[in-house]
Design a protein. Structure first.
Length: 292
C-alpha cells in the first residue's frame, strides 16, 4: 500500500528522467491530526506534482541547483539547507534537479488550515495561501528543523508536539502568505474551561493526549484552544503536559519506593530515561537525587 506522501503526487513521465523517491522517516504512524511530515531522498531528474494538501518543503540536504515552475512562474537557483517552497492544493509544480538531494516535506490538510483561519478571524473564502517558489523564512525553518528532529528521535515528544507544529505552521502561512488579518486580541480560556483541561490532563496523565482531545474538553477547535491555552498559562500545551508529568513523577518518586521504570510509565513517559531527561531539564536534578 502506498504511503500518504506517495498518494499526494500526480506524476508526469518524461523519458527516463523521472525522479525516484525513498522515505527516510515519516509521521504516518504517529496519527497527527491534519499534519504530516516526511524526510525523503530524491534522485536527480524531473517530476510534475499536484498536491491535495498544502505542501511546505524544505531543503535539508547539501546545496544543489534546482529549476522550479509553479503558478506560471519559473525559478532556477542554488538551493541551500533551510530554503523553503510553499505549494497550495491544486497548484501544479514542476521540479527538476541534476543531482540527488534530501528534503523535508510537511503537509497541512485544508480542514486544519480553515480551522486555524477561523480561529484567527479569517473568513473561509479568504483563507488562501499564495505559492512561493523560494523563501528564506526563519519561522518555517524553525518548525521544519523541529519536525525533522521529532521524526528522527528515538524518543519523540509525542502527538501533542507534532500537532502543535502543524498548527504553528498553518498560523504562520496564513499570517505571512495569506489574507490580511483583522487586529484582535486572542483572549484567554475562562477559569472553568482551564480548570477542566488541567483536571483532565492530571486524570489522563499516562495516556497519549492529543490537541483535539484537550480542545474537546474545553469545547472549542484545536487551533483556537492552542492559542488560548498559551495565553492563559504562558506555555504551549505540549510543554504544560510535560511539566505536569514531571510534577506527578516527582510526587511518586518522593512517596513511593517502586522502581523508577514503573513510575515513568505511570506518569506518561516513554521509559525511565525519557523521564530522567525531562526531570533533569526542568528541575536540574535526577530521579535518584530526588528520591535520596
Amino acid at each position: 500500500m502506498l504511503s500518504p506522501m506517495w498518494q499526494e503526487r500526480a506524476w508526469s513521465r518524461r523519458a527516463d528522467r523521472e525522479m525516484a523517491f525513498s522515505i527516510r522517516a515519516g509521521s504516518t504512524d504517529r496519527h497527527w491530526n491534519g499534519f504530516d511530515a516526511y524526510i525523503y531522498e530524491a534522485s536527480a531528474g524531473f517530476s510534475e506534482q499536484e498536491f491535495v494538501r498544502y505542501n511546505v518543503s524544505m531543503q535539508i540536504g547539501r546545496p544543489l541547483l534546482v529549476t522550479s515552475r509553479c503558478d506560471g512562474k519559473m525559478l532556477q537557483r542554488l538551493q541551500v539547507p533551510g530554503d523553503v517552497k510553499i505549494v497550495p492544493p491544486g497548484v501544479r509544480r514542476v521540479w527538476e534537479t541534476e543531482a540527488p538531494t534530501v528534503k523535508l516535506s510537511m503537509y497541512l490538510s485544508p480542514v486544519l488550515v480553515y480551522a486555524v483561519a477561523d480561529a484567527m478571524g479569517i473568513r473561509a473564502d479568504r483563507a488562501a495561501v499564495a505559492p512561493q517558489l523560494h523563501v528564506r523564512d526563519p519561522r518555517i525553518e524553525h518548525i521544519g528543523w523541529a519536525a525533522k528532529a521529532e521524526l528522527e528521535s528515538l524518543e519523540p515528544l509525542g502527538r501533542l508536539y507534532g500537532e502543535s507544529l502543524g498548527i504553528a505552521l498553518a498560523t504562520h502561512l496564513l499570517r505571512s502568505y495569506g489574507a490580511a488579518l483583522p487586529s484582535r486580541s486572542p483572549g484567554r480560556l475562562s477559569r472553568r474551561r482551564l480548570a477542566c483541561v488541567i483536571d483532565y490532563v492530571r486524570e489522563h496523565i499516562a495516556q497519549e493526549l492529543s490537541l483535539a482531545e484537550l480542545a474537546g474538553v474545553a469545547g472549542m477547535s484545536a487551533s483556537h484552544f492552542k492559542v488560548l491555552f498559551k495565553e492563559s498559562t504562558g506555555v504551549p500545551v505540549h510543554q504544560y503536559v510535560i511539566r505536569a508529568r514531571v510534577e506527578y513523577a516527582g510526587e511518586l518518586i518522593l512517596r513511593e519506593q517502586r522502581p523508577l521504570s514503573q513510575i515513568a510509565l505511570q506518569a506518561g513517559f516513554a521509559n525511565q530515561s525519557h523521564m530522567a531527561r525531562c526531570i533533569k531539564r526542568l528541575t536540574g536534578r535526577t530521579p535518584t537525587t530526588l528520591r535520596s
